[in-house]
Ligand binder design. Structure first.
Ligand SMILES: C[S@@+](CC[C@H](N)C(=O)[O-])C[C@H]1O[C@@H](n2cnc3c(N)ncnc32)[C@H](O)[C@@H]1O
Ligand code: SF4
Length: 459
């Protein structure tokens, strides 16, 4: 177990993450503890890893600088057989590009890169990758920083549950639940659209699997959005079995510009293993139907680390997906959250994620895709990153806006989050809707009151 026995809240948070990355073995086994005792202007730090003890005193005048120095000591100076390599130095946190953008505005590009490498001990490879994405994001989103807003609409229904998934979802064959949910969702949506003076810049309908609810229910939602003219409108279909001709004929009548068809892997044995009830051919069929019947851009989500997959299986998936030539490919690294079955069944298992991630970066670059957004998750395997890749000119604006908090994103529906950004580009309020159906529907009045208060105060 990793335990931080003494320290401020901020130290506990940062160092738990850091120690988990560098000493993953101790997350589930053995004893590792860190104590940071503050005595006047000295931080007395003791790190015990199994039978080995390391100690150092840090004289400090600023708590942030002290935290950075302790992190560097752990990453650079502690030498222990159980310590893992990591290209990310002391940089923890889920949104490295946001951090980078802040540093760029303070220091400029060259100094920021140097700062990341010298102070945060990032490998030049990661520093360059982050800088490439940050520059692209600035180019694509600076003109809307703090201006306008985007809309996220959440549909928490799925046909069945995939083994690795920990999102709160409800079976889409529970028609009563769908009808009840949609009633509330549409009320919330109408409230937001009435409240806002302008139209959303982008719209994203995500889930769950939005295309798995009965078509008349999805149509009701789309009818509430049909008068809008967003620059980008994504509908997450996800599971290919939910895509048929009737659906596509319906979707063509709305201002949708992009759809997600998510293989996760193109290896049929793995799909079966993770209880994803489609195969490679289903994905291809859905993909070609969308291409034939619509002019939507297509995103495909993949996950590295499913089942027993290694490089040969990942190579097969990339061969197949690149051959289809979607505009976007989003490469996730398996993240095992406590709620997921896989985690319960198999515990934390380590895989050669880094090799697979390096392979995926190389394949994407060779095939003409560039990275355009990146985020990390707390329980991500092998300390990897989720990276969105794009063909030239097809970077998904919503993903960049949402990840970097470029402008306000108003979330509608159960468990959706709203982040309000003021005109200077500063995030001034964040709040989420209830995460379960009962609270979302029974305490709906509270949701509207909260939204009203925040929207009127900030926007
Ligand atoms: C919110 S999910 C919804 C997508 C859609 N329901 C589907 O499954 O195709 C968005 C994406 O997150 C990724 N994802 C879900 N669970 C994950 C996990 N445990 N680790 C890594 N990525 C995950 C998958 O690539 C998935 O397509
Ligand atoms: S991975 Fe997608 S389809 Fe599977 S349960 Fe999770 S949200 Fe639903």
């Amino acid at each position: 177990m990793i335990r931080i026995v003494k320290g401020t809240d901020s130290e506990i948070h940062t160092f738990y993450e850091l120690l988990r990355i560098y000493f993953p073995y101790y997350e589930t086994s053995g004893e590792l503890f860190l104590s940071i005792e503050t005595k006047e202007n000295i931080k007395k730090v003791v790190l015990v890893i199994g039978d080995d003890r390391f100690e150092k005193d840090f004289v400090f005048s600023d708590a942030y600088v002290a935290k950075r120095a302790i992190a560097s000591w752990i990453v650079r100076d502690i030498d222990h057989e159980s310590k893992e390599d990591c290209l990310w130095g002391t940089l923890t946190g889920t949104r490295p590009i946001k951090f980078l953008q802040k540093q760029r505005s303070l220091l400029g590009d060259e100094k920021t890169k140097k700062y990341l490498i010298d102070e945060y001990l990032l490998s030049p490879y990661i520093a360059n990758l982050l800088m490439e994405i940050a520059l692209l994001e600035s180019e694509k989103t600076d003109h809307i920083k703090g201006k306008g807003y985007s809309l996220y609409i959440h549909i928490p229904f799925c046909p069945t549950r995939c083994d690795y998934c920990s999102y709160p979802t409800i079976r889409s064959d529970n028609t009563d639940a769908v009808v009840l949910y949609m009633e509330h969702l549409l009320k919330e949506l109408d409230f937001v659209l009435d409240e806002m003076e302008e139209e959303p810049t982008t719209i994203y309908i995500g889930g769950g699997t939005p295309t798995s609810i009965p078509k008349p229910q999805l149509k009701r939602l789309l009818d509430h959005l049909s008068h809008l003219n967003p620059v980008e409108f994504t509908l997450e279909a996800g599971r290919p079995e939910t895509i048929d001709e009737e659906l596509l004929i319906m979707l063509r009548d709305y201002p949708i510009t992009r759809i997600s068809i998510n293989p996760q892997t193109m290896v049929d044995e793995t799909l079966e293993k993770v209880k994803r009830p489609h195969n490679k051919e289903d994905i291809k069929r859905a993909y070609y139907k969308v291409r034939e019947m619509t002019d939507f851009e297509i995103n495909m989500d993949l996950i590295l680390g499913l089942g027993d997959e290694g490089i040969p299986q990942v190579a097969h998936t990339f061969d197949e997906v690149i051959d289809l030539n979607p505009e976007n490919i989003t490469v996730h690294v398996l993240s095992l959250k406590n709620g997921s079955k896989l985690f319960e069944n198999e515990g934390v298992y380590t895989k050669n994620i880094r090799k697979m991630q390096n392979y995926s970066m190389k394949r994407m670059a060779e095939s003409g895709y560039h990275p355009y957004y990146l985020y990390r998750q707390k329980r991500i395997m092998g300390n990897g990153s989720n990276i969105g890749f794009s063909r030239e000119g097809h970077d998904n604006l919503y993903n960049m806006i949402m990840m970097e908090e470029i402008h306000s994103v108003i979330g509608v529906g159960m468990s959706s989050t709203t982040k309000l950004v003021d005109e200077t580009g500063k995030t001034v309020s964040k709040f989420s809707n209830f995460r379960n159906m009962r609270d979302y529907t029974e305490r709906f009045g509270e949701i509207i009151d909260k939204k009203k208060k925040h929207l009127r105060e900030v926007l």
